[in-house]
Design a protein around this ligand. Structure first.
Ligand code: GLN
Length: 513
């Protein structure tokens, strides 16, 4: 296996034993990026020179016997929705095309403090809205297992760069499945932590009551290492939980005794691909052979998950995205041209030629907002802003938004009940494997239905993880989803590691085309 295909844990051991240097590692990934990223297009921004300089500095520190951090010398890729001081952060949107944050997100700060090497920023659906990375304003990321297919989304670049061996670890975000679904499509492991586990200071907000940042890697061990580095309370994020961070990287290998798994009855219904169902049932048998007991559980309200999510998430998005007005920061429409247009319209109105009164025309400020937002946002983001503005508007607020909040409580209640009987809820991560590029771009509803099994986790605020559990006959990865009680990530990682000790799906890599 080449260096670029090793797990992060293996690389950290080799770095510590000085069998490999950080500079050698960065060069190995740079080489792979040269070979593969032309086709996969996982990165929006790369700065190999900066990564090499940082790697060299860490190598020197280690060589001179000075203390180094827990991730010393290990390259990490970061989804472009997290602020990186002095490095462009676009959220794959035109409206932030020139945004260079003056500060680091807490997660980035923690990675730097652990001496990780920031490799680059990964592509995503614009503002994390989507499930295929086709909504990026810049370009399309492809699935390294089959470049005619999507890598999933919205953390598509983060998953694809792992699968193609272009980074050993990556940071994703998950509002309704954006870590787990691309992890499933790309054959890697990804963990959405409990709401509040990881600080979101410096994360560009999509839907604030749902967003979480989480680790992506090849194995449960890699996710444990990364989660340990980024989790914890942060006074700058009042929603971050003030709870101690377990040593996930030390405990992940402990076997779980008397494990009780609940198979979600509703997740095996209509619409589930046959090969996915077979692989998931096979995975459950593996757990049984390891001593787990399995029973059916019901999440009766999960069928309302999509409807509830697609009211709450756009409502919050419409409010969060109000800040992109072309005044404070980000893209601004061409003011000169805008004013010329407005003057011409005023003249026409004065002459009575356009059928419009002067009073009907925008003020220059309103026109600036309007044009900036019309030009800066892509179609899916606009759709969500319109949906959210509608569901929050007077007269509809109670019928949609408040109703959705009530259903959300019922969904959480279903999980509370299930977790009285079982330790984890298991099922497929996605209803189908990676679909073809362009297949769903004209059909938002079918794109939204992709999130069927993942959104309830976010609505309930609990933890969820996707791990590889098979390949289709066509050679596409299949993900197994495990969901846990709030703040039970330690055991979730143990359950995932248990599966990975017994199987080798997490070791599979796409064969190079
Ligand atoms: N696919 C979902 C959406 O489009 C989830 C996105 C996410 O988790 N960021 O909203």
């Amino acid at each position: 296996m080449s260096l670029a295909d090793c797990s992060a844990a293996e690389l950290l051991r080799d770095l510590a034993a000085r069998k490999v240097s950080s500079v050698e590692l960065v060069n190995a990934y740079a080489e792979r990026i040269c070979a593969r990223d032309g086709e996969v297009k996982a990165f929006l921004h790369l700065d190999i020179d900066a990564a090499l300089a940082r790697a060299k500095e860490i190598d020197e520190r280690r060589a001179s016997g000075q203390p180094v951090g827990k991730l010393a010398g290990l390259p990490v890729a970061i989804k472009d929705v997290l602020c990186t001081a002095g490095v462009k952060t676009t959220c794959a949107s035109k409206i932030l095309q020139n945004f260079v944050p003056p500060y680091d997100a807490t997660v980035v700060e923690k990675l730097k403090a652990a001496d990780a090497v920031l490799l680059g920023k990964t592509n995503m659906d614009e503002f994390a809205m989507g499930g295929s990375t086709e909504n990026s304003a810049y370009f399309q990321t492809t699935n390294p297992w089959d470049v005619t297919r999507v890598p999933g989304g919205s953390s598509g670049g983060a998953a694809a760069c792992l699968a193609a061996g272009m980074a050993p670890l990556s940071i994703g975000t998950d509002t309704g499945g954006s870590i787990r679904q691309p992890a499933a499509f790309c054959g890697v492991s990804g963990l959405k932590p409990t709401y509040g586990r990881v600080s979101r200071y410096g994360l560009v907000a999509f839907a604030s009551s749902l967003d979480q940042i989480g680790p992506m890697g090849h194995t449960a061990e890699d996710c444990a290492i990364l989660l340990e580095a980024i989790a914890g309370h942060d006074p700058r994020d009042s929603t971050s939980a003030n709870l101690p961070v377990p040593e996930y990287s030390q405990s992940f290998n402990q076997p779980l005794q008397g494990l009780k798994l609940g198979l979600v009855r509703e997740h095996f219904g209509l619409g589930l691909d046959g090969e996915i169902e077979a692989a998931v049932r096979e995975a459950v048998k593996v757990y049984e052979s390891l001593g787990a007991t399995v029973k059916d559980v019901s999440l009766p309200h999960s069928k309302y998950g999509i409807a509830t999510y697609y009211i709450i998430a756009p409502s919050e998005a419409s409010s969060n995205l109000a800040r992109y007005d072309g005044v404070h920061y980000g893209y601004r429409t061409d003011e000169k041209q805008m004013l010329e247009e407005l003057l011409a319209e005023q003249k026409q109105a004065e002459a009575g030629g356009s059928g419009k009164e002067l009073a009907d025309l925008d003020t220059p400020l309103i026109r600036l907002y309007r044009k900036t937002r019309a030009e800066g946002f892509g179609p899916e983001v606009k759709r969500r802003i319109m949906l959210g503005t509608y569901t929050l508007s007077a007269g509809y607020y109670d019928a949609y938004y408040v109703k959705a909040l009530k259903v959300r409580r019922l969904i959480r209640g279903d999980y509370d009940q299930a977790f009285e009987e079982v330790d984890f809820v298991v099922g497929p991560t996605t209803p189908n494997p990676a679909f073809k590029l362009g297949e769903k771009t004209d059909d938002p509803l079918s794109m939204y239905l992709e999130d069927l099994y993942t959104v309830p986790t976010n609505l309930a605020g609990i933890g969820g993880m996707s791990i590889p559990c098979g390949l289709t006959k066509g050679g596409l990865p299949i993900g197994l989803q495990l969901q846990c009680r709030a703040f039970d990530e330690e055991r979730l990682l143990q359950a995932a590691a248990m599966f990975q000790r017994a199987t080798d799906w997490h070791l599979k890599r796409p064969t190079r085309s």
